[in-house]
Structures are given as C-alpha cells and as structure tokens.
Design a protein around this ligand. Structure first.
Ligand code: GLN
Length: 196
C-alpha cells in the first residue's frame, strides 16, 4: 500500500512520521507530475485551508485530486484538510466540497487557539486530541457517520472513502487513527476485489 501526502503547506511531515512508524510506503504530492505515481490513499494535512486551496489551483492539482476523491480514492483530512473536503464552510470557502458535512472554521475563538483533550473515537477508544485554530463539524448529512465528539462538538466523521478529524492525530504519538485509515483502505480494497 502506498499513501500520498499533500505536501504544499502545513503539518505534512508529522503525518509522514506516523506513516513511517507504521511501516507504510508514502510519497509527497507537490506538483501535478507527482500524480503519475499510483497511490492507494491520500492525506490532506492541517495548515491553512485558504493557502492550500490557492496552491492546489495554481499547481493544477485541484481538478485531478477532486476527481480521484469523487471516484472513491480513500482520503484522510485533518483540520485544514477537513475544511478542504467539507461541502459547506461557515466562515470560509468551499474547496473540494466532496463530503456531506458543514464545518465552522476557527470555531473555538481567539481564547482557545489551541487546546488538548481526550475523547472516545468510534471503534478505537479514548484518543488524544490536539486542536490548533481548529474547525468543528456543525452538522453532518447523507450517509456521513459521526466518529467522535469533544466538548459537545462533532470532531471526527466518515463518509464512504472520506475520513476527517478537526484535531491533529499526527501531533501525538498515538498511531491508532492513522491505523484506522489504513485499515479502512484495506477493507475497501477487499470489498472491491470481491466484487470483481
Ligand atoms: N484555521 C485553519 C484553516 O482555516 C486550520 C487550522 C489547522 O489546520 N490547524 O484552514
């Protein structure tokens, strides 16, 4: 299995460190030519969604990546990555818009620029959650399923091939959410092969 990590801006190195620890092959997507390497899953890291959105367009990555996600490419978006996938963005613009979630950007206000908590994540147990100028998911629709809530807000969700967290699992040593993403890719591959 090979994972592509969008490496235009933000916390991509921390995701790569997690993948290295899990023994998974990965490479960085920085330009359109990188898309010629086949990959089984994509990580959209935290950072600044407006900057990433702009760079995705300038580097001609936006349309091909959106098509792949729409076609079922497994994708894991953290924080700004979640905002890139959201179908509705309160306080910001829609980018890929491929996921049936409404997201509130910079949702916790200035006093709570960053904070740490722990909360249950479906199928995993209690996980560490580091939030940095984080969004939260205001609502989900369609077949989107809530995976975690913290402080009364939805902070993780899944819809078919798309998994998102409002926090940064890559900033803690706990690898279980990355493992969850990799397991979901293996499960999807098994299902599609058995449908052949
Ligand atoms: N506030 C950022 C945005 O709107 C997200 C912050 C993050 O990724 N840590 O894109």
């Amino acid at each position: 299995m090979t994972i592509a990590v969008l490496a235009l801006q933000g916390a991509f190195l921390e995701h790569e460190r997690a993948l290295k620890k899990l023994g998974v092959d990965f490479f960085e997507i920085r330009q359109a030519a990188d898309l010629t390497t086949p990959f089984d899953g994509l990580i959209l890291p935290g950072g600044e969604s407006t900057v990433m959105g702009k760079l995705l367009h300038e580097l001609h990555l936006f349309v091909p990546l959106k098509k792949k996600i729409q076609a079922g490419l497994p994708v894991f978006g953290t924080c700004a990555g979640l905002i890139l996938l959201a179908g509705e963005v309160i306080g910001g613009s829609v980018h890929f818009g491929t996921m049936d979630i409404s997201v509130r950007r910079n949702a916790y206000g200035r006093q709570l620029n960053s904070f740490y908590t722990e909360a249950p994540f479906e199928g995993i147990g209690t996980v560490p959650m580091t939030f940095i100028r984080a969004p939260y998911i205001a609502s989900v629709s369609g077949d989107t399923r809530i995976l975690a809530r913290a402080d009364g807000h939805i902070v993780a969700a899944i819809q078919k091939n798309q998994i998102v967290t409002a926090f940064h699992p890559e900033l803690n040593d706990d690898l279980r959410i990355h493992q969850y993403f990799l397991d979901s890719i293996r499960a999807r591959t098994t299902v599609s092969n058995s449908n052949l």
